[in-house]
Write a protein that binds this ligand. Structure first.
Ligand code: URA
Length: 209
């Protein structure tokens, strides 16, 4: 699991525990996901390229570092990815945004694409793909496969929760793509849900159950 970054910061772990509770309201689930996503953004952007610009302080002129947020593309896997996207955009407001619409065929659990919209010049951009649950791994693998057709400079994957099956599937297909997650849970059940997990992330974010 060399390519897996477990974000085990106490703030992230505390908020994740609150999100797992089945009686957490939609409001608090969404707010907590938003907060965790900001903290995950901090980790996943740690090695982002920087450049020096000239800045005038009240006292003198200096060279100071900035990131080029426009080079970064946050790609949300619809619909649950939106929950992570919002938090990340709060801390990297200059990022471009792409969307991939994938649904899980309930019988085969494979990913079927219904939407794909990315910014231009992807070959000059670093991509962070976001989806709260890396479960079977099928959606993540399909999304990254599709993105690789556009030849971006780099791709990272951020989720809230995963399981050994999801990590293995992703690493088998895309060993070059690092995975950032707040937890690796015990297992996947026969319906493709993570155990103990937190249920259906999309339903819990949007209150659709
Ligand atoms: N998607 C979810 O929303 N939850 C799971 O446990 C697995 C996939």
């Amino acid at each position: 699991m060399s390519n897996v970054h477990l974000v085990d910061h106490p703030l992230v772990q505390h908020k994740l525990t609150l999100m797992r509770r089945k009686d957490a309201s939609t409001n608090s689930f969404r707010r907590l996901l938003n907060e965790i996503s900001m903290l995950m953004a901090y980790e996943v952007t740690r090695d982002m390229p920087m450049q020096d610009i000239e800045v005038e302080t009240p006292l003198e002129t200096m060279q100071a570092k900035v990131i080029d947020g426009k080079k970064l593309v946050l790609v949300s896997i619809l619909r649950a990815g939106t929950g992570i996207l919002d938090g990340m955009l709060t801390v990297v407001p200059g990022a471009r945004v792409g969307h991939i619409g994938l649904y899980r065929d309930p019988k085969t659990l494979t990913a079927v694409e219904y939407y794909f919209k990315m910014p231009g010049e992807m070959e000059n951009r670093d991509v962070i793909v976001v989806d709260p649950m890396l479960a079977t791994g099928n959606s993540a693998v399909a999304a990254v496969e599709r993105l690789k057709e556009l030849n971006p400079k780099s791709i990272k994957f951020v989720c809230l929760l995963t399981c050994p099956e999801g990590v293995a599937t992703m690493q088998m297909a895309h060993p070059d793509v690092p995975i950032y997650t707040a937890a690796i849970d015990r297992e996947l059940n026969s319906h493709g849900y993570i155990l103990p997990g937190l249920g259906d992330a999309g339903d819990r974010i949007f209150g659709t159950k």
